[in-house]
Design a protein around this ligand. Structure first.
Ligand code: KG4
Ligand code: ZN
Length: 390
């Protein structure tokens, strides 16, 4: 069964075709990161307008290698996300479901992130600047037979994304087994979720305040590192000393809950103090007072503790629930320090998803769509709406 997935919940316009929930036949992502970078974060109105421009070309490119006749169903993210962004994907999916006469399945974005772990990643994962084909799709120089991950260049230099190219292969060794414990870590969510089967899941704990990705983004702003903060903190941290600044972990009475706002404030106070300023000094003016060495040391010290907080909790959930598999999902799952610490601390082999499947994409939406379609009737397009906060 071939499912077209559509994803527009935040600032990536994405479409992908996945066969039987596991095999990626096409995977196209147009990222708006460069547009939002100058604002230091995602501007919802701008995001929605950019989705309008990109959505049809992105879907065209994803369907092209397969053909509409061979698409069995459409799956679209309906929640959670930015309302304007979600609406563009959902309205497009509803229209296509009606005009192409395809069954339609509404998809939970957070649940979908976990399905990065069910996708085969025997496609090429070494990213570099691609040549652009005449169609506008930047393509792998030597794509594997059935898979293609690409980006559209829509003639706007401020759009960015990456494309597969070549030399490195990452092959999933085994599919996750139930019960599985998932650590879902993104810009909007930090959750430990226990899956007993497809569609049978329970949130064991989540953040009380900031999501971990949000904390990375806010700390990057304080340090003067570019948006999105996760990758730029990770890059700066590689050059820094993670032991330089001692930042506190929260002490919560609920063992599987998270909190990141205290860590973020502790980092702010440490930067103010390092710069010889008191707590009234504006955070927006601190970055220019930091040397590169200080900035890198702060990035490394913050990253180490933020990741330790995640790993402490997942270790404790692992002891309590004894799952057969542990998986990570969401944008922060691309973080290599998270992967390093998890492998060190958990007595179980973890198959990490390819980083490009951790951040927002539609392959995970199409994958979950397949498993939903096994047990559920499609939803009437007229009954599908967006639920931004659910
Ligand atoms: O899942 P995602 O692409 O979008 C949401 O659904 O939120 O996650 C985006 C988040 C951002 O906060 C970004 O800073 C973070 O994931 N992120 C990372 C890394 N790559 C992306 N955080 C830490 N390390 C990374 N390498
Ligand atoms: Zn996401």
């Amino acid at each position: 069964m071939k499912i077209l997935g559509i994803e527009t919940s935040c600032d990536e316009t994405a479409a992908a075709v996945v066969q039987d929930g596991t095999r990626i036949l096409s995977n196209v992502v147009v990222s708006q990161i460069d547009i939002h970078a100058s604002f230091g974060g995602v501007v919802p109105e701008v995001a929605a307008r950019s989705h309008i421009e990109a959505i049809l070309p992105v879907i065209d490119e994803a369907v092209k290698p397969v053909g509409w006749d061979n698409i069995d169903a459409i799956a679209v993210t309906t929640h959670p996300g930015l309302i304007g962004s979600l609406l563009i994907g959902v309205l497009t999916a509803k229209t296509l479901a009606l005009t192409k006469n395809k069954p339609l399945y509404p998809i939970d974005h957070i649940e979908a992130h976990v399905y990065a772990n069910f996708l085969e990643s025997d496609f090429l994962t070494n990213f570099s600047s691609p040549p652009t084909s005449p169609s506008g799709l930047s393509q792998a120089t030597s794509p594997s037979s059935t898979s293609r991950v690409g980006t559209l260049s829509l003639g706007q230099p401020h759009r960015s994304s990456s494309v597969v190219n070549g030399s490195e292969k990452s092959v999933r060794k085994s599919v996750p087994e139930f019960p599985l414990l998932a650590l879902v870590v993104s810009g909007g969510h930090t959750q430990i979720v226990l899956f007993r089967g497809h569609g049978e899941w329970e949130i064991l704990g989540q953040t009380r305040d900031d999501a971990v990705g949000e904390a990375f983004d806010k700390v990057a702003k304080i340090l003067g590192l570019p948006y999105p903060g996760g990758p730029s903190i990770a890059a700066a941290a590689k050059q820094g000393n993670a032991e330089k600044y001692q930042l506190p972990k929260p002490k919560l009475d609920t063992p599987l809950e998270f909190s990141f706002s205290g860590l973020k404030t502790a980092l702010l106070r440490a930067v103010q103090s390092e710069c010889g300023k008191d707590f009234t000094f504006p955070s927006s003016q601190l970055a220019e007072l930091l040397s590169t060495v200080q900035r890198n040391d702060f990035a490394a010290s913050f990253q180490k503790v933020a990741i330790e907080i995640l790993v402490d909790k997942i270790e404790s959930a692992f002891i309590d629930y004894q799952p057969k598999s542990v998986v990570i999902a969401g944008g922060v799952a691309a973080n290599t320090e998270l992967r390093r610490q998890l492998s060190e601390r958990l007595p179980i082999e973890i198959n990490y998803p390819a980083p490009e499947l951790c951040t927002d994409n539609a392959a995970v939406v199409a994958s979950l769509g397949y498993f939903v379609a096994q047990n559920t009737k499609p939803t009437n397009p007229a009954d599908i709406s967006v639920t931004p906060t659910k």
